[in-house]
Design a protein around this ligand. Structure first.
Ligand code: MG
Length: 405
């Protein structure tokens, strides 16, 4: 049968889990001094093999150490099947997992990693970049934003060509953003990420957004915990500041409520846990129907998922911007065969067939996974915000959220 009708049969799936940087390094936080996430970042790559020798690469997040087990479990669903039947494989994997409960970040991370690899295989087999399969590209580059925790870091990013910066943190987002706005002026876009901790209430978020409004942010990100939909409804009704969220939701269905109800202006799917390229595309279309734009999350993700996001952003009309971990651990470039070119604050869209990236298996093997959950440096301080989620943190933290400027 011709390649136009049927693709090669899937013969195997291999997983590659790595510690993304030494334990003292974090790629997720611009300020790592007190970060609970320091040294916890793992990257999970997946290779799907086919009978004709073409392999596809994918990446799954959503708790990579756990997702690795889920990918292995799902292998039996896809091995022996047509590698071109991407939507069919996605549907079958969903059905196979139904007994495990609602679709979440682990399931969508595993499905997404395999999905990404199947798009890579199809692009390679047909000799076209993945964006060509998604309807063709609308742009050859996408604006990127860097991270800054201090005015000096902000000035350094601008000197490097970035015209958009994100700051934040769960302690003093208003203070940080104000200092950075003063340092870089009004021509640079600023985003503020509150990281949606569970102790932020709707009144806190409303106060933060009112305090940030004079800074004209491009968006305020995760002003509330991802589970607090009622809080998002109250917040949306109380502020005109552009709101962004979605990086911690699993899959298309997880993000749907934010879009259905118009609770966010910018949706931030994590390519590694939103169902892969298929999931990203569905979210982009849903967002377009709600006049929302797409700014995929990249913070905890590795370089393969970044490529997946670039292909989707090339092909959808409502692409806003892409998060760029810059600077990052130097292993980010060394564990893969290609890195996206950064030019004038934009990432160039890859043009090689498939995703245009592969992993260096030897380099990945030199960095085995050690830890994938957060531990505070120096242990758990009893009775503080580092040890409990809700009640105790409110008292000492409240002033930081009350729009102090
Ligand atoms: Mg974030």
């Amino acid at each position: 049968m011709s390649a136009a009708i049927k693709g090669p049969r899937i013969t195997g799936i291999r997983t590659f889990l790595m510690q993304a940087g030494p334990l003292g390094v974090s790629g997720w936080a611009a300020d790592v001094r007190n970060s609970i996430t320091t040294g916890t970042r793992n990257w999970l790559f997946v290779k799907v093999e086919t009978e004709d020798g073409i392999t596809g690469i994918g990446e799954g997040s959503g708790w990579p150490r756990v997702v690795e087990a889920a990918v292995r479990d799902l292998s039996s669903v896809v091995i022996g099947q047509d590698a071109f039947a991407i939507e069919l494989m996605t549907q079958r994997m969903q059905v196979a997992m139904m007994g495990h409960g609602m679709s979440g970040v682990v399931g969508q991370g595993a499905i997404g990693a395999i999905d990404m690899a199947l798009w890579d295989i199809k692009g390679k087999a047909l000799g076209v970049p993945v964006w060509q399969l998604l309807g063709g590209r609308l742009r050859d580059r996408i604006r990127a934003y860097a991270h800054a925790s201090t005015p000096d870091q902000a000035r350094a990013a601008v000197a490097k060509g970035f015209r958009a910066l994100k700051t934040g943190g769960v302690k003093n987002p208003v203070e940080k953003a104000t200092a950075i706005r003063e340092a870089v002026g009004d021509d640079i876009d600023i985003m503020i990420d509150a990281h949606g901790p569970p102790w932020l209430t709707a009144p806190d978020a409303i106060g933060i957004c009112h305090a940030l409004a004079p800074l004209a942010p491009l968006f305020v990100e995760e002003p509330l915990a991802p589970e607090d939909m009622e809080g998002y409804r109250r917040l949306r009704a109380s502020t005109d500041v552009p709101l962004a969220s979605g990086e911690r939701h699993g899959g298309f269905q997880g993000i749907a409520t934010l879009l259905h109800e118009g609770l966010v202006d910018v949706v931030q799917p994590d390519a590694g846990r939103c169902g892969g390229i298929t999931g990203l595309r569905k979210i982009a279309i849903h967002a377009e129907s709600r006049f929302a734009t797409l700014a995929p999350h990249a913070g905890s993700l590795g370089p393969v998922a970044e490529y997946a996001a670039l292909h989707v952003l090339a092909a959808v009309p409502n692409a806003l911007i892409l998060e760029k971990m810059d600077p990052d651990w130097d292993g980010r470039a060394r564990c893969v065969t290609a890195t996206p070119e950064l030019r004038d604050g934009h990432l160039m869209i890859p043009e090689a067939p498939g995703l245009g990236i592969d992993i260096d298996e030897e380099f990945v093997a030199l960095h085995p996974s050690i830890r994938n959950v957060g531990l505070p440096a120096g242990g758990w301080p009893e009775g503080t915000e580092a040890a409990t989620l809700y009640a105790q943190p409110r008292h000492p933290r409240a002033p930081a959220f009350r729009g102090k400027r």
